[in-house]
Design a protein around this ligand. Structure first.
Ligand SMILES: [Zn+2]
Length: 314
């Protein structure tokens, strides 16, 4: 397998796609449309012409992973596009997906980071669910449904190497820093589901974790343990902060202060390297996702409605 740097936000080592060489070559993740040039160049340099790519699989439909899949599919007319069944309708018609991302990032920032989002023709889309297999001829990818970061998230296990493509299920781990940071964006992060998914990943990983952000991590046990501990800790900090304020900036500050020591454990404290985490998934976005998680949980548990329960975006 080969990593192709999708160069989101013109940064190296932030977002990646992976090419699996097989009788039926497969691309895992596409990056956003703004990454299309880098991905096309990467595939061409690996010798793949327009009719050579058989499969494109995305771990979930967030735009940094799948925003470019519609336009990429146009360049590879014989490729089949695979996505979790909950994500498939939104690749066929990205209207709601784009609206949701616009709320999370702001319209201007969304467009700047990701570019436009083209639909995938529905006849080229295939839906996946837990236990499915994508056959690539001489190797295959086994599908694990791993919700938590998003309800439409899958992870993939390569039959040949045992490598497990984690998408964002464990969070973000960038090679220049080597710190695992949870990714808990709105609208549907769910901490309990995320913990369950990390445990499944731990059980199925036979060799290496392949992060979409970014690259291989061989310390499977350690990373899974840290991922579980951190997402629980982050959720608890936000829950505690909500007792004193519902101002999102204030909650994000409390979360940043409460977790600052984690970044200090990295191999560098270079602000340029640390900034990469903020580009992908800012503290404010993570705080917003966790606030929403707790609010939804209270609603489903039938708890009394919290006074002034909407976070205000001052
Ligand atoms: Zn994501």
């Amino acid at each position: 397998m080969v990593a192709i740097d999708t160069m989101m936000a013109n940064r190296t080592r932030v977002t990646s796609a992976y090419l699996l060489r097989a009788n039926e070559p497969a691309l895992i993740e596409t990056g956003p449309t703004s990454s299309l040039g880098a991905v096309l160049e990467g595939l061409e340099s690996l010798g793949l012409g327009p009719n050579d790519l058989a499969h494109v699989i995305v771990t979930h439909i967030h735009l940094d992973h799948a925003g470019g899949v519609g336009r990429l599919a146009g360049h590879f007319p014989t490729a089949t596009v695979w996505v979790h069944e909950r994500g498939a309708p939104h690749l066929a018609d990205p209207t709601k997906l784009v609206r949701s991302a616009g709320r999370v990032y702001g319209e201007g920032r969304m467009h700047e980071l990701f570019g436009p989002v083209d639909p995938v023709p529905s006849e080229r889309l295939r839906s996946l669910s837990d236990g499915d297999v994508v056959r690539l001829g001489d190797r295959r990818l086994d599908v694990l449904y791993t919700p938590g970061h998003a309800s439409h998230h899958i992870s993939l296990v390569d039959s040949e190497t045992g490598a497990l493509f984690t998408g964002d299920a464990l969070g973000i781990h960038l090679p220049g820093v080597r710190v695992l940071r949870p990714a808990t964006p709105p609208p549907d992060v769910d901490v309990e589901l995320a913990v369950g998914s990390i445990e499944r990943i731990r059980a199925h990983a036979r060799s290496v974790l392949m992060f979409s952000h970014y690259g291989p991590v061989f310390e499977v046990e350690e990373l899974c343990r840290i991922a579980v501990a951190r997402i629980k800790k982050w959720a608890d900090i936000v829950r505690g902060a909500m007792d004193t304020t519902m101002d999102l900036d204030a909650i994000a500050e409390i979360l940043a202060a409460g977790t600052a020591a984690e970044l200090e454990q990295g191999v560098t404290s270079d602000p340029g390297e640390l900034e990469r985490y903020e580009i992908l998934s800012s503290m404010r976005m993570n705080a917003a996702g966790l606030v929403r998680y707790w609010q939804k949980r209270e609603e489903t548990l039938g708890g009394a409605a919290r006074e002034g329960s909407q976070p205000h975006l001052s």
